[in-house]
Design a protein around this ligand. Structure first.
Ligand SMILES: CCCCCCCCCCCCCC(=O)O
Length: 132
């Protein structure tokens, strides 16, 4: 499956502003900018297993496309939502449990890189991952 493999973050765009909009304090944002995030994606049909590793934590996540699940962001913010596949793009819609606001995210492959976009309350960001 196209997303399968291990992806290491290479660069980010507007990620600091996005995290600020999320309410993350400046100290945590500075650390998060250099989190060395690595995700391993294993897709089998509509089921995904994700291994996430960063300077903050390692975490295993299992989800099925279209099925809601709970997830804790690295800063502890809890969200609930689901991923859907639309064409070649993964689209995620997650709702924060603390304030019911929507965080949307997409994953797509562009020129051999995995591009993940984020939107929260009008602020967009991107993180671009290279395959290992
Ligand atoms: C603390 C910075 C905010 C980062 C936003 C991350 C949004 C991720 C949404 C849900 C991810 C589910 C698990 C996964 O597919 O990797």
């Amino acid at each position: 499956m196209a997303f399968n493999g291990t992806w290491k973050v290479d660069r980010s765009e507007n990620y600091d502003k996005f995290m600020e909009q999320m309410g993350i304090n400046v100290m945590k944002r500075k650390l998060a900018e250099h989190d060395n995030l690595k995700i391993t994606i294993e897709q089998t049909g509509d089921k995904f297993h994700i291994k996430e590793s960063s300077t903050f934590r390692t975490k295993d996540i299992d989800f099925t496309l279209g099925v809601q699940f709970d997830y804790s962001l690295a800063d502890g913010t809890e969200v609930s939502g689901a991923w859907e596949m639309e064409g070649d793009m993964l689209k995620g819609k997650f709702t924060r449990k603390d304030n019911s606001k929507l965080l949307t995210t997409t994953r797509t492959l562009v020129g051999g890189e995995l591009v993940q976009t984020y939107n929260y309350e009008g602020v967009d960001a991107k993180r671009i991952f290279k395959k290992q």
